[in-house]
Design a protein around this ligand. Structure first.
Ligand code: 9MR
Length: 345
C-alpha cells in the first residue's frame, strides 16, 4: 500500500524533497510510489532565486527589479513535471533564507547599511513575485498548484504580535503582508492556491492573532485560499486537543487546510519509542480524517517534512538524533508508517 493511494479519497500526501533526493534514483522511485505532492525543502526559497552576483555587481540597474536565476528551482520543477507529481511552492515572502542585502539600499552588504525605502521594497516585492510566478507558469504550466505566499510573519509567542525584526516588517511595515498577497493574486495563474503558512499555529495567542490580523483581512479581499499548519510537533510535548481546536478554527473560516511540514520529534529509537511515535501519528491522522469527514476542516494535503529519518532537519535543530518520520534510513517503513496507513482503513 502506498501513502498516496491510501489517502486518495481524502487528501494528497506529500513530502519535502532536498537537492540530494533529486540526485538519487532511489529517492525518486520512493517519491513516485508514495507521494501525490512535493515541496522543495529549501531550493525554491528567495535565496535560491535571487542572483546575488548579478544584483551586487549592478545595484543601480536592479534596484527596483532584482535579477533572478533559476538553476536550483529547476531541479524540483523538472522532476515534478516529468513525474506528474504536483508541487507546493515554498516560499515567496519570508524573513529567513532571504539575503539581508535584498532589503538594503543599493543591495549593500555593510552591516549597518540602511533599509531600502518602503516604496522601493514594495516595488522589489512585486517584481520578485512577478518574476518567480511568471517563470514557473511559463516554463512549467500547471506544475505548481499552491504557494506559501508569506511564511512565519508572527512572533514566537503570538501575544507579541508581528515578527518585527523581519526585513520585510522593518522596511515596509506590517502591511507588507497584505501587499504580498495582492501581488501574488495579481500574477498567479487561475486556480493556483495562495496559503499563509506558520509553525505552532495551535498556540492559543498565535492562532487568534493569525485569524484576526492575517486571515480575516485577507479573506475580506479574496486574497487567500488556504491556511498552512506546518506542524513541527514534539512527541514528549503533544497537545493534540489544542491542535484539533486550531484545525477546526481555521477550517471554520472556509479555507483549505494543508498540513505543510509535518514531523514529530522523537529521540528514542527503541521499539517502545517508535511505537509511541506511531500512536501519535495515528491520533493525528484520525483527527485530520475526522475533520475532513465531518466538514470541520477541508484538509486538502498533508506533507511530511522529510523522506527518511537521517535526512530530517530536526537532528541538527534539536542537537540530538531525531527519529521523527515515517521511514527509516533505508526507506524501511516504520511503525509510524503502518499507523498512518491503518488510520485510514
Ligand atoms: O528544513 C529546512 C532546513 O533544511 C533549513 O536549514 C531551514 C532554514 O531555515 O529551513 C528548514 O525548513 C523550514 C521551512 O522552510 C519553514 N518552516 C520551518 C522549517 C524547519 O526549520
Amino acid at each position: 500500500m502506498s501513502l498516496k493511494k491510501a489517502y486518495e479519497q481524502f487528501f494528497s500526501m506529500g513530502t519535502s524533497v532536498s537537492w540530494s533526493n533529486m540526485m538519487s534514483e532511489e529517492a525518486k522511485a520512493e517519491l513516485k510510489k508514495h507521494y501525490s505532492s512535493i515541496t522543495a525543502e529549501n531550493g525554491m526559497k528567495p535565496m535560491f532565486f535571487l542572483d546575488e552576483k548579478e544584483n551586487l555587481a549592478n545595484p543601480e540597474k536592479y534596484h527596483e527589479c532584482p535579477a533572478l536565476h533559476f538553476e536550483s528551482p529547476r531541479i524540483y520543477l523538472d522532476f515534478a513535471k516529468e513525474s506528474g507529481i504536483p508541487l507546493r511552492g515554498h516560499v515567496l515572502v519570508w524573513h529567513s533564507q532571504t539575503p539581508m542585502w535584498f532589503f538594503k539600499e543599493k543591495y549593500s552588504k555593510e552591516e549597518d547599511a540602511p533599509w531600502a525605502s518602503r516604496e522601493i521594497m514594495l516595488t522589489r516585492m512585486e517584481n520578485y513575485i512577478k518574476g518567480v510566478l511568471e517563470f514557473v507558469q511559463t516554463e512549467y504550466p500547471g506544475v505548481v498548484y499552491a504557494w506559501d505566499v508569506v511564511n512565519e510573519a508572527v512572533e514566537e509567542r503570538g501575544q507579541q504580535g508581528w515578527r518585527q525584526w523581519s526585513g520585510w516588517y522593518q522596511s515596509i511595515g506590517e502591511d507588507f503582508l497584505i501587499h504580498a498577497y495582492r501581488f501574488a493574486r495579481k500574477y498567479a495563474a487561475p486556480g493556483v492556491k495562495l496559503f499563509y503558512n506558520d509553525y505552532n499555529t495551535f498556540d492559543t495567542f498565535k492562532k487568534d492573532f493569525i485569524v484576526e490580523n492575517i486571515l480575516k483581512p485577507l479573506i475580506a479581499e479574496g486574497l487567500v485560499d488556504g491556511m498552512g499548519m506546518q506542524s513541527h510537533l514534539v512527541l514528549n510535548d503533544l497537545d493534540l486537543d489544542g491542535y484539533k481546536q486550531a484545525l477546526y478554527k481555521y477550517g471554520g473560516l472556509g479555507l483549505e487546510i494543508q498540513v505543510t511540514e509535518l514531523d514529530i520529534h522523537n529521540n528514542d529509537p527503541s521499539e517502545d519509542g517508535l511505537n509511541k511515535l506511531a500512536e501519535a501519528y495515528s491520533e493525528l491522522f484520525h483527527i485530520l480524517l475526522d475533520a475532513k469527514k465531518n466538514g470541520k476542516a477541508n484538509v486538502t494535503n498533508v506533507t511530511i517534512w522529510g523522506m527518511k529519518d537521517d535526512e530530517s532537519w530536526l537532528t541538527d535543530f534539536r542537537k540530538e538524533t531525531s527519529y521523527s518520520l515515517l521511514f527509516g534510513n533505508n526507506y524501511e517503513p516504520k511503525a509510524a508508517y503502518q499507523a498512518v496507513i491503518d488510520a485510514v482503513k
